[in-house]
Write a protein that binds this ligand. Structure first.
Ligand code: NZQ
Ligand code: ZN
Length: 389
């Protein structure tokens, strides 16, 4: 186990009564609020009306930034920053999934910075402060409700990039599993894949003696695997939605990073697929994670074999490390297929993808590599994309 500092200041209010805390939580920060939301689901589920009744009815002035799209774009972040400056907004409130929350994070950081907010995503600057951010979570997936991250696509070059900062951790996040009942099956499935991927990126590490977090991750993935079929079959099953929602927050709140170094190659490559072909983040991960695992098994099967045993209960003595590892990959693909997500690019309708373009964007320096468990350079990335075709 390596040395670590763990700090996650997000206040989580979880359950059916979560919204009853909105007034009190928002009032701690400002009476001038920017409400950020997506393409209409918050209105269809009645959350928009409830929020407006609580805030406008309670004497807050609410400004709105709506129509945030999946794989959210930088121009909407700029728009939100301008609006906040013009109206002297003191609290950004995101109602939605990861795309909405990440846009709100960009706005909250950018509002307090005199330069271009893209500097943070381009890793040229680090934010020192940000507006306070509150979250009403309607999608269990990205984990942005507790994470340090914001991921935005710059339309200039279609660069999908993220940055991590404690200034991006929400001050409060309200999580009501009932708000996720209306998620279409495909979105539910993409969310589940992303939650599992956040745990897997951390599981696959070369750091040894991380038994506690290994076991926590395996338990988290098993919980999601158990509850995903229930939520897909019965979308309003509160208990299944609650298990998945809490798993989503814990998967990405940095607790599972403690004492270890995550890999993150798969996420990095998946962003290029989403940026170039618009594929949902979870679907891009379902396509790439098995491909990455198949490639890595050839170099270093140990941790993949351990994953197969820990998560799927495959007997480590049933074959070689490579056999056990590949059986784990097969089980993972079977689970993804049963959720209804693609596990190959062609199943996602992407044929003849421009692999070299994606590789150059992910690895602009010919000598650079991605990943921790195994270093992935351009040649290896090409093999992974080929396995994903
Ligand atoms: O736009 P609306 O109408 O709200 O519809 C959304 C959207 O079409 C819909 N939706 C959300 N809640 C719903 C609902 N539909 C019905 N009922 C509800 N209750 O779901 C669709 C997808 O929403 P989106 O926010 O894009 O999904 P997700 O939460 O998966 O977020 C994905 C984004 O987060 C980034 C991804 O790269 C991607 O851009 N990530 C953010 C991370 C972070 N900040 O920590 C980490 C992740 O690894 C990830 O990269
Ligand atoms: Zn993710």
């Amino acid at each position: 186990m390596i040395d670590f500092t763990f700090q996650n200041p997000a206040k989580i209010i979880f359950g059916r009564s979560a919204l009853s805390h909105l007034y009190e939580e928002a009032a701690r920060y400002s009476r001038r609020v920017l409400l950020v939301y997506g393409g209409g689901s918050v209105k269809r589920i009645g959350l928009y009306d409830d929020v407006m009744n609580i805030l406008s009815g309670g004497g807050f002035t609410v400004f709105e930034l709506s129509g945030i799209v999946p794989n959210p774009v930088l121009s909407r972040v700029y728009e939100g920053i301008e609006l906040c400056r013009r109206e002297n907004v003191g609290l950004v409130l995101a109602a939605g999934g990861g795309s909405v929350i990440d846009t709100a994070k960009g706005i909250a950081n950018g509002m307090k910075y005199s330069g271009d907010v893209w500097d943070f995503y381009a890793h040229k600057r680090v934010p020192e402060t940000a507006l306070p951010l509150g979250v009403l979570l309607t999608h269990a997936a990205a984990g942005s409700e507790m994470s340090y991250s914001s991921v935005i696509t710059n339309e200039n070059g279609m660069l999908k990039r993220g940055f991590n900062s404690i200034t991006s951790v929400p001050k409060f996040s309200l999580l009501n599993p009932e708000w996720t009942f209306t998620l279409p099956p495909y979105q539910t499935a993409c969310g589940v894949v992303d939650i599992m991927a956040h745990m897997m990126e951390r599981y696959f590490t070369s750091v040894t003696h991380v038994e506690l977090t290994d076991r926590m991750i395996a338990a988290g993935i098993q919980t999601v695997l158990n509850n995903a079929p229930i939520a897909l079959k019965t979308p309003d099953d509160y208990d299944a939605r609650a298990e998945i929602m809490w798993a989503g927050a814990l998967a990405h709140n940095s607790l599972l990073d403690t004492g270890r170094i995550g890999d993150w190659c798969t996420h990095r490559l998946s962003h290029e697929i989403s940026a170039a072909y618009g594929l949902a983040h979870g679907a891009a991960l379902a396509v790439l994670f098995p491909a990455w695992m198949k490639y890595v098994v050839k170099q270093k099967p140990e941790k993949i074999a351990q994953f197969a045993a820990d998560v799927f209960g495959i007997d480590p003595a049933s074959g070689s490390k490579t056999d056990v590892a590949l059986e784990g990959v097969r089980r993972l693909e079977t689970a993804y297929r049963s959720f209804g997500v693609p596990v190959h690019l062609k199943e996602a309708g992407i044929v003849n993808a421009d692999l070299q373009m994606m590789i150059r964007k992910a690895l602009p320096d010919a000598d650079s590599t991605l990943g921790e468990y195994v270093a992935i350079g351009r040649q290896a990335a090409a093999e992974i994309f080929k396995l994903a075709e």
